[in-house]
Design a protein around this ligand. Structure first.
Ligand SMILES: *Cc1c(COP(=O)(O)O)cnc(C)c1O
Length: 365
């Protein structure tokens, strides 16, 4: 069986059989006298100097942006799907690979909440293989492999590397074993939203040899582009083709495409790397700031742009800081993290404000 056939066998048969929607923009590449898409012939907004005209529908997958992201992540263009943030990539994968009422995703809480939301939205079951709080929230690697081997429903496994909010990365030897166990059974998705903060963690280079591996990347974190909504699914061409069958016809707004291209332009590379270096330096300061506090019981600095800490009276600390305008993240709905707070590495001024708030909390009666 070919790679494509083996992967299609894991996808929803109705999606594999579906005739994709063919948009006007796909049928004619946007050149010539365009009388095929009921657009306005002239722009209203976006007519000013230096802005892009908005009267035409955008290219569904703009070639220049696909090429820039493919080069950035080191894969051929046909391995790339650009999405409205990774959130959309997670949703598309779940809808392509999970039949409602039959299939399941597997995730390893505590982790990013969107995997569960996407599964529940699609009517797929959620198999949770919990991390081990007593072992620094380590993945239950044997449990994950066992569930993939024995639970016929599992079609998608979501791993996060580095994980949000524990900050740990996925062990490569475990990932290799998991891919072997998942052969012909499930797709393995590695969400690398924070990979830029952790050199050498990315497994995008495995995709050509590992057809069941999917990697998610985003401009939201290390590219300072959360407001852009621009994520990337990296996978075998057959996976990209399946996802394109169900993605919205025009997922990327014209200004987003133009701004994402600016962010990825060669002239920005040095500034982007400086941004990451600044965050790494500020993170060292944040870790030092927390390390000596008596109310901080334990800390997981992790490999991303945040720190997880177990504290005395997490709810009280969150409220106290919020009262001083410093907003931290708590996890009231996650039983394993009820005493924990997640603190994002901010600017120097942000950390100054945090330091004042923490000093006041420490000295409050
Ligand atoms: C922040 C984050 C994302 C980013 O999602 P976008 O939709 O691209 O903004 C993805 N995965 C994880 C684990 C995250 O923490």
């Amino acid at each position: 069986m070919s790679t494509a056939t083996r992967i299609e066998a894991l996808a929803r048969p109705d999606i594999v059989a579906m005739k994709p929607y063919s948009s006007a923009r796909l049928e004619a590449a946007g050149r010539g006298v365009l009388l095929n898409a009921n657009e306005s012939p002239a722009p209203l907004l976006g007519n000013e100097a230096g802005t892009v005209p908005l009267n035409r529908y955008p290219d569904p997958q703009p070639e220049a942006l696909v090429a820039a992201l493919a080069a950035r992540y080191g894969l051929p263009a046909n391995h790339v799907l650009v999405t409205r943030g990774s959130d959309e990539g997670i949703d598309l994968l779940t809808r392509v690979f999970c039949r409602a009422g039959q299939d399941a995703i597997l995730h390893c809480p505590p982790t990013f909440g969107m995997y569960r939301i996407a599964a529940q939205t699609q009517g797929a079951a959620v198999v949770a293989v919990a991390r081990r709080p007593e072992q620094d929230f380590a993945l239950d690697t044997a449990g994950v492999i066992d569930a993939v081997r024995t639970d016929e429903r599992v079609r998608l496994v979501f791993l996060t590397s580095p994980n949000n909010p524990t900050g740990d990365t996925v062990d490569r030897e475990f990932l290799a074993r998991l891919l072997e166990a998942a052969d012909g059974r499930a797709m393995i998705v590695v969400d690398e939203a924070y990979a830029e903060f952790c050199p050498d963690v990315s497994v995008t280079g495995w995709i050509p040899q590992q057809p069941q591996l999917v990697v998610l990347r985003t401009l939201s974190k290390a590219w300072a582009g959360a407001g852009l909504r621009c994520g990337t699914v990296l996978a075998q061409p057959v996976v990209i083709t399946l996802l394109r069958r169900i993605i919205a016809p025009y997922p990327l707004a014209t200004p987003v495409v133009s701004l994402a291209l600016q962010a990825l332009a060669p002239g920005m590379a040095e500034r982007q790397q400086q941004l990451v270096r600044d965050i790494v330096a500020n993170k060292a300061r944040l870790v030092a700031m927390l390390a000596t506090r008596p109310f901080v019981r334990q800390m997981w600095p992790g490999a991303a742009n945040f720190v997880l800490a177990r504290v005395d009276d997490a709810a009280g600390l969150l409220r106290f800081c919020a009262g001083r305008g410093v907003i931290l993240r708590g996890f009231p709905a996650e039983p394993m993290l009820k005493d924990h707070v997640r603190i994002t590495v901010g600017s120097g001024a942000d950390l100054d404000a945090l330091e004042v708030a923490l000093n006041d909390w420490e000295n409050s009666p």
